[in-house]
Each structure stands twice: as structure tokens, then as C-alpha cells.
Design a protein around this ligand. Structure first.
Ligand code: ADP
Length: 158
């Protein structure tokens, strides 16, 4: 069974993340979306909220699972029996950071490959922060955030 781990903050999940999850779910037997806990990163939604939101958005994808992970990503992915790490690339700025992470992970663990999905053009500018900024200012986030969690996100900023 081919298992992929898609690690990230997902604070919250956006249409860009969801698109990557759907594309990866067609290539692997199982995709485990992993909310990585980073104590140094200030988040808007707690782990449980982020998990619930991803589950709501992926409930029609039977081979997608959501977990909360901690520690080194490669170690956590190994515990999940994953052989691939999924990441997304939007722009050149992502590439530099992602390449650094992927190379470090390769040096830590030679058995897990990082696979990059290129963002679809309509999502290539989209980040959780952009969506939150719009929500904070009372704007319409329907083009950025999956419909299933639209109200969930808006409520946070009321
Ligand atoms: P992290 O804090 O690990 O960067 P994110 O939740 O911001 O977590 O992103 C997780 C992964 O998804 C990263 O590889 C990021 O580049 C990718 N990603 C984020 N937004 C998009 C998008 N709109 N389209 C494609 N990939 C994306």
C-alpha cells in the first residue's frame, strides 16, 4: 500500500490545499494530511479546529485521513508508514524554502521522497494568511476557502 503524508499548518485549509489533496489522492492508496504542531508558530485555529475543518472538506475522499503530528516531519511520516511527503509549490519564493526543507529531509531519511505539486494558476496566489486577511476585514472568502468551512472560518473573525 502506497501511503503519502501531506504535512503543513493548514491554518486553515484553503482551496489550494484541497486541490493538492485531491490530486495526491488519485496517485496514492492513502493520503494522510498531517497537521504539524510547531510551538514556535502562532496559529489562528487550534489543532482540533484545523483537523475538524480538513475532515469536513475531505469527507467525500475515502482514502484521505487527517492526523496531528509533532517532532521531525520525516520521523512522523515514517511512523505513518508513508514513503512520500507531498508539498505544493506556488511561486519561486516557495521553491527556495521547499527545496531547503526537502534537501534537509533527504539527508535525515533516504527512504522518503518529497513530491511537489505545482499549484493550479487560480490558486497560485492563495495562502491561509491571504484568506484570513480577507475574512478579518469581512470580505467574501468563498473563492479561497472550501465552501464546507466558510461559516466556520467567518465565525472566528466576528
Ligand atoms: P507550512 O507551514 O508547512 O508551509 P502550509 O499549510 O502553509 O504549511 O502549506 C502546506 C503546503 O501546501 C506547503 O508545501 C505549501 O507550499 C502548500 N500550499 C499552500 N497553499 C497552496 C496553494 N494555494 N496551492 C498549492 N500549494 C499550496
Amino acid at each position: 500500500m502506497k501511503i503519502a503524508c501531506y504535512p503543513g499548518s493548514f491554518d486553515p485549509i484553503t482551496n489550494g490545499h484541497l486541490d493538492i489533496i485531491k490530486r495526491a489522492s488519485k496517485m496514492f492508496d492513502e493520503v494522510i494530511v498531517t497537521i504539524m504542531v510547531n510551538p514556535k508558530k502562532k496559529v489562528t485555529f487550534d489543532q482540533q479546529e484545523r483537523k475538524e475543518m480538513i475532515e469536513k472538506c475531505t469527507k467525500d475522499l475515502p482514502n484521505v485521513k487527517v492526523v496531528v503530528g509533532e517532532g521531525l516531519t520525516v520521523d512522523f511520516a515514517t511512523k505513518l508508514n508513508a514513503t512520500a511527503l507531498i508539498r505544493g509549490i506556488r511561486a519561486v519564493a516557495d521553491y527556495e524554502y521547499e527545496l531547503q526543507q526537502a534537501t534537509a529531509n533527504m539527508m535525515l531519511n533516504d527512504h522518503i521522497e518529497t513530491l511537489f505539486f505545482v499549484a493550479r494558476p487560480e490558486f497560485s496566489f492563495l495562502s491561509s494568511s491571504v484568506a484570513k486577511e480577507i475574512a478579518f476585514n469581512g470580505g467574501d472568502i468563498s473563492k479561497f476557502i472550501p465552501e464546507a468551512i466558510n461559516d466556520y472560518v467567518m465565525k472566528k473573525f466576528k
